[in-house]
Design a protein around this ligand. Structure first.
Ligand SMILES: [Mg+2]
Length: 230
């Protein structure tokens, strides 16, 4: 972590909170759940290539979902029956809104299921994710909307989003769980992590606060912001 803020020294409106979706906001990895249910190939072999850094996040999802011959409606309908949100998420969203913390989703998952599973919030959250379109002829086409200054490293997508928000906000706080969060974890000013990201951070000397629910995160945010009268 690069931030130097201490309790009470940081203003809520100088902070952006970026949150991963699969396995962080949700308890399960939605992409994995859909692949387990519908993939017609050995998707874990493809996932292992991503974990080894041999393909980037867009290539990984494109390859894996090439073998899922179902449209978005069918996939979201199934996901809704098996996916649960990590406890405290909706209260956490409200807390960020009331406190003036900017909150955005940064997901290496597919846009249709992030939008389909995330509770409606007012105002709507910014969502950065892969974009997936399905046709019966071509199957899934997965793209990654990128800025001109895209980092070409396999882990670069979320790190780029952190850097983009840093132009507007003094402090970038990140909450995540997985392989695709490693780049963002390296450059965020504060980090909250669950496994397997938590162990990876400890192995690499990156400071990360563990949590189980978003109530835990909210309590820590309240402590960090406690000295600031807004
Ligand atoms: Mg994740």
């Amino acid at each position: 972590m690069t931030g130097s803020e201490g309790p009470g020294n940081v203003r809520a409106d100088d902070i952006v909170v970026l949150v991963d979706f699969d396995g962080t906001i949700t308890e399960e990895d939605v992409g994995v759940i859909l692949l387990k249910k519908y993939s017609t190939t050995d998707w874990e072999r493809l996932e292992a290539r991503f974990a080894r850094g041999e393909v980037d996040i867009q290539q990984n999802m494109q390859q894996q979902f090439s073998y899922v011959p179902h449209d978005a409606d069918a996939l979201v309908e199934y996901a809704r029956t098996v996916v649960s949100l990590r406890p405290g998420w909706e209260e956490f969203v409200r807390y960020c809104g009331v406190t003036g913390l900017k909150l955005a989703i940064v997901s290496g998952g597919l846009d249709f299921y992030v939008h389909g599973l995330l509770p409606v919030s007012d105002p709507p959250l910014d969502i950065h994710s892969l974009v997936a379109e399905y046709t019966t002829d071509a199957g899934w086409q997965v793209t990654l909307p990128v800025a001109d200054d895209r980092n070409e490293e396999p882990e670069g997508f979320k790190e780029d989003i952190v850097c983009r928000y840093r132009r507007q906000y003094t402090h970038v706080w990140f909450i995540g769980n997985g392989v695709s969060d490693r780049g963002a974890a390296r450059v965020a000013d504060r980090l909250w992590a669950v496994e397997p990201l938590l162990s990876w951070c400890r192995e690499h000397g990156i400071d990360a606060a563990p949590f189980e629910t978003f109530d835990d995160v909210r309590a820590q945010f309240q402590q960090l912001l406690s000295g600031y009268e807004h």
